[in-house]
Design a protein around this ligand. Structure first.
Ligand code: PLP
Length: 376
């Protein structure tokens, strides 16, 4: 919680649930990445929070941008990034969107199969491509599963296919899973990437780049290692696997760049019990899964929550959102301790919510407006 956010909430008293993002924290985070990984290019993952103020601040500081759609590419361009600082990092793209991106000057694309290479070869001739390899996401609180990437043996063929179709087979990418608490998680994928570099070299194709993805965590309830620990561990792993032929590297931090910069102000709408002597209270807030807290799915991300009554004793509560969908429950399997004296109408502050909240909020489910955002 920063003083600037406290002042903003006190003086502006915004109505309804809202996210407030402190740009100073985003700046500090960018500097920490640059300082800890000075030879790595930073591609901010726009999906984490595409607020124009965040994008233009990062663009001014020299960041590049990892975009998942043409709309995100247009946002990054509008924020001042030049096309050479933008990648189209989604492995699933419509062919006509590739054509639009190419017309906008984008020359860097991700792939994980030959069919995607074919689309790029047709619509973005000569572009650079990197192939995403599967990563099991062990150690991550928000793993990215098998949806993206291919087995390394297949990646070699995909990259060769790109090369044979006139594209620049540029490198390899992976994502170790979001909110990755293990600083060593990059090691295995880097070993695989180095193996691919060697194998492609034998086929006469010189890969040059490793995209290390995101995964850098935000501090929620538990302490997490700092960016320098990740930087050191990744650098050690790169040296171990690539020796003195170091590849160009890219990181794509999303959560680690903006998560800790934002706080959601919300309100207690109702406190009830399911029977008179039920020890567990149900606390309903004016924000839930559909208002932006989608990452509480399977109770994966557990946000720190503050109230003005935190000095007193607390008891476990089921915490839920305000909509009529029974899936709109934030924490039930592991109830959340909240003050016994909590009352209807109390304000609650949900911390570390700068990433993956505004963009996940529904347009108007139950008539509730999308999550309001203020960037200060
Ligand atoms: N890069 C890609 C391709 C992603 O899909 C994601 C997240 O989904 C990110 C980067 C950002 O990851 P994180 O928020 O863990 O830094």
């Amino acid at each position: 919680m920063t003083d600037r956010i406290v002042d903003f909430l006190r003086s502006r008293r915004p109505e309804g649930p809202c996210l407030v993002v402190d740009l100073d924290v985003v700046r500090e985070n960018f500097r920490a990445f640059r300082h800890s990984m000075p030879d790595t290019r930073i591609f901010y993952a726009v999906k984490a929070n595409p607020a124009p103020e965040i994008l233009s601040t990062l663009a001014e500081m020299g960041s590049c941008f990892d975009c998942a759609s043409v709309a995100e590419i247009e946002m990054a361009l509008a924020a001042g990034a030049t096309p050479d600082r933008i990648s189209y990092g989604n492995t699933i793209k419509k062919e006509r969107d590739i054509a639009r991106a190419f017309a906008l000057g984008i020359g860097l694309y991700s792939v994980d199969c030959e069919a995607e290479v074919d689309k790029i070869a047709r619509q973005a001739p000569g572009a650079r491509v990197f192939c995403r390899i599967l990563c099991d996401g062990a150690g991550a609180e928000w793993p990215l599963s098998r949806k993206f990437g291919c087995e390394p043996e297949m990646a070699a063929g995909v990259l060769e296919h790109a090369y044979r179709n006139g594209l620049d087979a540029y490198g390899v990418s992976f994502h170790v899973g979001s909110q990755q608490a293990n600083t060593e998680a990059w090691d295995g994928a880097l070993a695989t990437a180095a193996g691919l570099f060697r194998e492609l070299a034998e086929r006469g194709i010189r890969l040059r780049m490793v995209n290390l993805g995101g995964g850098f965590p935000t501090r929620y309830l538990r302490d997490v290692p700092g960016v320098p620990n990740y930087g050191q561990s990744i650098l050690d792993a790169i040296s171990r696997h690539f020796g003195n032929r170091l590849p160009e590297t890219i990181i794509e931090p999303g959560r680690g760049m903006v998560g800790g910069a934002g706080i959601i102000k919300a309100e207690v709408v109702l406190i009830s019990r399911k029977q008179a002597d039920d020890p567990v209270r149900w606390v309903y807030l004016d924000i839930g899964k559909f208002g932006g807290l989608a990452e509480t799915m399977d109770e994966a991300i557990r946000y720190p929550i503050r109230t003005l009554r935190d000095d007193g004793p607390s008891a476990p509560c089921v915490l839920a959102g305000p909509t009529c969908d029974s899936a709109d429950v934030l924490y039930e399997k592991t109830p959340y301790p909240l003050p016994i004296s909590l009352e209807i109408g109390d304000e609650v502050l949900i911390e570390a919510t700068g990433a993956y909240t505004t963009t996940y909020s529904a347009v108007a489910f139950n008539g509730f407006p999308p999550l309001q955002s203020y960037v200060i």
